[in-house]
Every structure is written in C-alpha cells, then in structure tokens.
Design a protein around this ligand. Structure first.
Ligand SMILES: *[C@@H]1O[C@H](CO)[C@@H](O)[C@H](O)[C@H]1NC(C)=O
Ligand SMILES: *[C@@H]1O[C@H](CO)[C@@H](O)[C@H](O)[C@H]1NC(C)=O
Ligand SMILES: *[C@@H]1O[C@H](CO)[C@@H](O)[C@H](O)[C@H]1NC(C)=O
Length: 197
C-alpha cells in the first residue's frame, strides 16, 4: 500500500517538475468529465488563453472579466457561429417573450453569489501570486490547478440545483432542459431532472 502512495507522490512531483499544463487539463476536464460538447477541449483552451491576460491584470474586476470573456467566446467561435445562432433563435422562441441574453444578465448576479466561495479562492490565488512577484503564466497555472480541483461534476450539479430552485420559473427550466443538450451532455446531472412547481 505504501509503495502506491510513494509512486503517486513521485508522479505528482514529476508532473509539477515537467510543468503539466493546468489550462489544458482544465479544458480537457470540461469536455471529458463535465460533459461540454459545444466546444472541443482545444477550442476551450484557446478561449481560456484569450481571457488570461485580463484575469492576471484585473482578477477582482468582475465587469472587466465578464466583458473580455464574452469577447473571447465570440472571437473564437467562428466555426460555431451558425450553431450558436440557431440555438439562440430556438431558445428565444421557447422563452418568448423573454430574451436569453437579457435573462443571462439578470442571472449573472445570483450565479456570481452562488459561486463566490470558489471564485474568491481562485482570485486570491492570483492576487497573492502576483504580490509575490510571480509572472503571469506561473500564476495562471496555479489558478487553473485550483479551479480544476474545485469544479467537479458534483460542484456543478450543486450550484445548478440551487440556482434552478431559487431563480428559474417552471417554463424557463423546461426550456433549459430542452436546449442544454445542444451544449453539453446532461446525463448524470440531477439538476436536469428536477421538478419545478
Ligand atoms: C473594471 O473594469 C471596467 C471595464 O474595463 C472599468 O470601466 C472599471 O473602471 C473597472 N473598475 C475598477 C474598480 O477598476
Ligand atoms: C476580439 O476581436 C476584435 C476584432 O478583431 C479585437 O479588436 C478584440 O481585441 C478581440 N478581443 C479579445 C478579448 O480578444
Ligand atoms: C434569485 O434568487 C435570489 C434568492 O431567492 C433572489 O434574491 C434574487 O433576486 C433572484 N434573482 C433573479 C434574477 O431571479
């Protein structure tokens, strides 16, 4: 048994020494574990990299982060433009007379609140790393290591369930469950099988 622990520790040490790319690992986890299907891991990695300089520059400015993240998604979704437009049209007709982008702006506040603990932990990592004089890429690697550890399927399910129960109407939830499979594989998420009254 002890030998296994020793080998596991050794592997971890080697991984750290070889600078395993946590950004790439996070992107792979989004696809392989969390079920994202709309983007490939490579596309997600590009989107993450695009937002990284802003994350390092202003980790605590949520407004700036959301704005840049939005631009990064738009700028790197060329091949998905048609699929995204069709999804947008369909989900709006389901939500009518509401618009998904308007709703998303309203939902940003409760979602930010629900994810605050993990977000703060990750942001603090960047802040202390910067304060110690460490460079952008090294700090971002630490950030992605923490984010990857925290964002498990169980975590996503927990946040999703709380959000649905407190912030979604029955009709909005039905539209969500109908169209979510165009973005991700929702099997295994209890959040997709709730009964909302
Ligand atoms: C946050 O970023 C926004 C957009 O870039 C900017 O207008 C605002 O002044 C920033 N806020 C702070 C507190 O730096
Ligand atoms: C997105 O693309 C526009 C136009 O090419 C560019 O001006 C902008 O800086 C890009 N934004 C990001 C965050 O990469
Ligand atoms: C979400 O739910 C919380 C808690 O009930 C509430 O304070 C908030 O106003 C809701 N926000 C939206 C956009 O529905």
């Amino acid at each position: 048994m002890k030998i296994h622990v020793a080998i596991a520790t050794l592997i971890l040490l080697i991984q750290n020494a070889l600078c395993v790319d946590n950004r790439a690992a996070m992107a792979t986890k989004c696809v392989n574990t969390l079920g994202i299907t709309f983007y490939t891991a490579a596309q997600l990695q590009t989107i993450f990299s695009c937002a990284d300089p802003q994350l390092y520059a202003t980790p605590t400015n949520t407004t700036a982060m959301i704005s840049v993240a939005k631009d990064c998604i738009i700028n790197n979704s060329g091949s998905k433009a048609l699929a995204a437009l069709s999804l947008y049209t369909n989900i709006n007709s389901c939500l009518s007379p509401d618009d998904i982008l308007t709703l998303a702006e309203e939902w940003a506040t409760p979602l930010t609140k629900l994810t605050k603990t993990l977000t703060n932990k990750c942001i603090k990592k960047i802040k202390t790393c910067k304060a110690a004089g460490t460079g952008q890429e090294a700090c971002l690697q630490k950030f992605y290591a923490l984010a990857k550890a925290g964002i498990t399927k169980a975590y996503v399910n927990k946040i999703c369930t709380k959000f649905v129960k407190q912030n979604l109407s029955k009709a909005q939830y039905a539209c969500g469950v109908k169209y979510a499979p165009q973005i991700m594989d929702i099997t295994g998420y209890k959040c997709a099988t709730l009964t909302i009254s």
